[in-house]
Design a protein around this ligand. Structure first.
Ligand code: ZN
Length: 883
């Protein structure tokens, strides 16, 4: 374990590096347990730093073999080398060449950071601080160098040898059974973007002609035999390359772009320059093995990593505090890409659902942090929904406020000004301020202040003056380390709907027409007065979710039903239904806990019936409208004294009511949407399947055996994984005999396919029944389960902790103990994945008293364990810190 990281790192302490690296020549001789790495660094003093500095290179678990300076061995008294640091106290204060040889053991590397083996394949993961596990280096993103990488290996073990950049040379090593390849990347990059791969891999190849007419070779490498499943990813790559040219004017720069899919990976994928390494879950797809959701994720993640070539690689982060500079921006870019490929409103709804489920929850608990944190103990714990998803919302707000043209002008200036550099959030925002002449200093608070702003709106109408007034107040609650907050800039997209559903023109008293329908709020309280409003309108607020806030408004149930039926903003049509459902559900949870009976809301049912009957609506939208708030959504709305059993009961009752009341239109929709013909993953077909399967699930929720029989029939006759997975998921929610038969059948069918077996584990971990914990314990001893594979851990333990609210939060605390035990067992092996699991406790303070005490006891038990990793200790201590 690294010990130097136990001291917090602070943004305020940032110093430019004392030394710069011009070029890095790496010579890596692959061996399963003793890989020799020779690094030749051309170093020079940084003119921007103070003079006569020692040279301190980062390491992590390294064994130094030899070191020379300008070709001469360095005497022992001239340097000191520990596993995590190499120091030369008095280096020459001029450019010089350092040659360092280290020995690393990729097979023993279970952290999957640095050089490791995924199955038999050698691969690397260097973000954030993995490069220092390969060689001693100035392992920080503001040290950008040109890399040349020679990789050598046994031909039989690793016939394919890849690294960043373009291939310059390859061949056999005479007299041996080994061969080599030399790759050169002309674009200076930070060490976290370094990658190499060696293995017996198959590949598919295609090409892309860029907007300036350059022909780029595209290759996707996979385990041999899986080439047939990489075609969709290749199409996604080509679409992404074209889209980035059209939407942002960004052209690809190297001669070749490669993606490698590996089976053991801590994250989703990694944007190494010219050589993206992917969790194979986000590359491999076939109709029989991947769901529509899998296809959509592959499309989005291929695009995301490709877009990083400009927002991340060519322009990188000055330091890790600026992580949102590349991630928030690139998530925004991939969201826009998907919105252009598919349905924009449906994409927005899905993104907002995810933002609320992950980021709002983070903001409301002990792990809340600003989009740009100011202190960290372990940077790996800051690859969070706040940095990524809220970071993307900030970029979206910029576009909303500045308009498409102003936004593009700011982006163009950013690319022009900072290409080839390591930049900060301030640099990024200055480009938009300069390009459009806008003062964005108050807007910067979105990066500095944690927490979700709460906006309260009261609408009133003056019939005599024909004015409509919105009184708006904003509030931001304290978060860890930030007791006092300042008002935020909130771009509030507003519509006023006439009784016939028309959008009324928006003119503000003394301010004229409202540009693009967006009022920009900046003060704790303000009043917006709209003139020439002929009759009492219904206000449609925060249209398209223009700001990532919690909104309350004096809208009546009638107003909400009106919006659900008539709003010209599709997002707010969906939101109105969610608000109605959420109000009903939280009321009923309260009623149940007080021993009172639950109420019904016939108006909500009528609104859902009307949505289901509206032929103008796309099926994917209707599916979103029929999907009620999740158990986690309801818990988040309640905010405190959360009882997951009461939430489950209230939600189950509502879904049964919907399935019952809308039985005949749901059955009709199911029939109408049951397509014959071959499977296609396109958005329209996927939308039809999603509505069909939501209908099936609601019908089953109403308790009819006919619906269970229908689900079982669909399971056995399905010709694609979407329909098969949807029907088995429906069956899994009910204690019926068809369930276990399907679970057993699923295993037999897909036994040899690890990605599908992940689904099998996750499905069982999410069953909302008291026996599930025992089932999960048993599955953790199943021969197909392994703590060594992150996808497997996430599919069983992650799904249990995140997707099974009632069983993870069992009143007896046994779910918490199981998670704690797993984290402790995994921590020494893979601290990144262990600490990610530990974040399942992030909302423990919001639980009712009994569960809260059990959760706290488990957190304290883990905290007291000997030799916790920095990663897990950081999460546990922040979770327990006094609120
Ligand atoms: Zn990214």
């Amino acid at each position: 374990m690294r010990t130097d990281q136990d001291q917090p790192v602070r943004l305020a302490d940032y110093q430019p590096p004392s030394w710069l690296v011009d070029t890095v020549a790496l010579d890596v001789s692959l061996h399963a347990t003793a890989t020799r790495v020779r690094a030749t660094l051309k170093l020079k003093p940084n003119p921007a730093a103070r003079a006569a500095a020692p040279l301190v290179l980062d390491g992590d678990g390294l064994a130094l073999q030899s070191i020379t300076l300008d070709g001469s061995p360095l005497p022992a008294e001239a340097f000191s080398a520990t596993p995590d640091r190499l120091t030369i106290a008095q280096p020459p204060q001029r450019p010089f060449t350092l040659e360092i040889e280290t020995l690393v053991d990729p097979t023993a590397n279970t952290q999957l950071s640095g050089l490791y083996r995924a199955g038999a394949t050698y691969c690397t993961q260097c973000e954030a601080e993995g490069f220092r596990r390969i060689t001693y280096f100035l392992d920080r993103p503001d040290v950008m160098a040109v890399y040349t990488t020679r990789v050598e290996a046994e031909k039989s073990e690793a016939p394919v040898l890849l690294a960043n950049g373009n291939l310059v040379e390859s061949g056999d090593i005479p007299g041996t059974s080994r061969h080599f390849a030399v790759w050169h990347d002309p674009f200076p990059k930070p060490s976290y973007l370094f990658a190499l791969v060696g293995g017996a891999l198959g590949h598919i190849e295609d090409s892309f002609v860029t907007m300036s007419g350059r022909r780029i070779v595209l290759r996707i490498y996979v385990e041999p035999g899986k080439e047939g499943r990489a075609g969709f990813a290749m199409e996604a790559l080509k679409r992404s390359m074209r889209w980035d040219e059209q939407a942002f004017g960004r052209e690809y720069d190297l001669d070749i772009f490669m993606i490698v899919a590996v089976s053991a990976f801590n994250m989703g994928a990694m944007e190494n320059k010219g050589l993206n390494v992917f969790n194979d879950k986000y590359v491999l797809a076939s109709p029989e093995t991947a769901t529509d959701t899998d296809y959509a994720s592959i499309d989005a993640i291929i695009a995301h990593e490709y877009f990083h070539n400009w927002t991340g690689d060519r322009i990188t982060c000055r330091d890790w505090f600026q992580l949102c500079l590349k991630e928030g921006l690139t998530v925004f870019r991939d969201q826009e890409y998907t919105a252009d490929q598919r349905s924009r409103p449906v994409k927005r709804i899905a993104d907002v659902r995810a933002l609320r489920a992950h980021q709002f929850v983070e903001d409301a608990g002990p792990l809340a942090h600003p989009v740009r944190p100011e202190v960290y103990r372990e940077i790996n714990n800051f690859y969070t929904a706040t940095v990524y998803e809220k970071g993307a919302e900030i970029v979206r707000m910029l576009k909303t406020m500045l308009g498409a043209q102003g936004f593009r002008a700011g982006m163009d200036l950013y690319f022009q000004r900072h290409d080839g550099h390591a930049a900060t959030v301030e640099d990024f925002i200055a480009c938009f301020a300069d390009a459009t002449g806008t003062d964005l200093s108050q807007f910067m608070r979105w990066y500095r202040q944690a927490g979700t702003p709460e906006l309260a709106v009261t609408m009133s109408y003056d019939a005599k003056a024909k004015t409509c007034t919105l009184d708006v107040t904003q509030m931001l609650r304290p978060t860890p380390g930030q007791p006092d907050k300042e008002p935020m800039v909130i771009p509030l997209a507003v519509g006023l709907l006439a009784p016939d559903g028309r959008d009324l023109p928006l003119t503000r008293a003394n301010a004229g027409p409202v540009e693009r329908g967006v009022a920009v709020l900046t003060r704790p309280a303000e009043t917006l007065v709209f003139t020439d409003v002929p009759e009492r309108p219904v206000a449609s607020l925060n249209r398209g979710f223009s700001a990532p806030i919690k909104l309350t408004a004096n809208l009546t149930p009638d107003d909400l039903r009106f919006l659900a039926a008539h709003d010209t903003d599709p997002f707010n049509r969906w939101q109105a239904l969610q608000t109605l459902a959420s109000t009903l559900l939280t009321d009923n949870v309260t009623a149940l806990r007080a021993g009172r009976s639950m109420r019904t809301d016939p108006g909500l049912i009528d609104a859902l019936r009307a949505i289901l009957a509206d032929p103008a609506l796309e099926p994917a939208f209707v599916a979103q409208a029929l999907a009620m708030p999740s158990e986690a959504d309801i818990a988040r709305e309640l905010g405190k004294d959360v009882d997951p059993d009461a939430i489950f009961a209230a939600r189950t009752a509502l879904r049964a009511t919907i399935g019952d009341a809308l039985g005949s239109p749901l059955r009709e929709a199911y029939r109408r949407l049951s397509d014959a013909g071959p499977y296609s993953p396109d958005a329209v077909s996927a939308g039809r399947r999603s509505l069909k399967n939501v209908a099936l699930d609601l019908l089953a929720a109403s308790g009819g055996s006919a619906a269970i029989a229908l689900a079982a029939r669909q399971y056995h006759s399905a010709d694609n994984m979407t329909d098969r997975m949807a029907s088995i998921t429906t069956l899994s929610q009910h204690p019926v005999r068809e369930r276990q038969a399907a679970i057993d059948d699923f295993y037999r069918r897909f036994e040899s396919d690890p990605l599908v077996i992940d689904k099998w584990f996750a499905l069982q971990a999410a069953i909302p029944e008291a026996s599930t914990l025992e089932r999960v314990r048993e599955l953790s001893r199943h021969p197909a389960f392994s703590l060594g594979n992150p996808n497997r851990v996430r599919s069983l333990v992650g799904a249990f902790a995140q997707a099974n609210q009632t069983q993870f939060n069992r009143p007896d605390g046994a779910g918490y103990v199981f998670l704690g035990d797993t984290v402790l067992a995994l921590d020494q092996r893979n601290p990144q994945v262990a600490s990610r699991l530990m974040t399942a406790f992030r909302s423990w303070r919001a639980l009712e008293a009994g569960r809260r005490a059990k959760a706290e006891a488990e957190l304290r038990r883990v905290a007291a364990a000997a030799s916790l990793s920095t990663d897990v200790r950081d999460i546990v201590e922040r979770s327990l810190a006094p609120a």
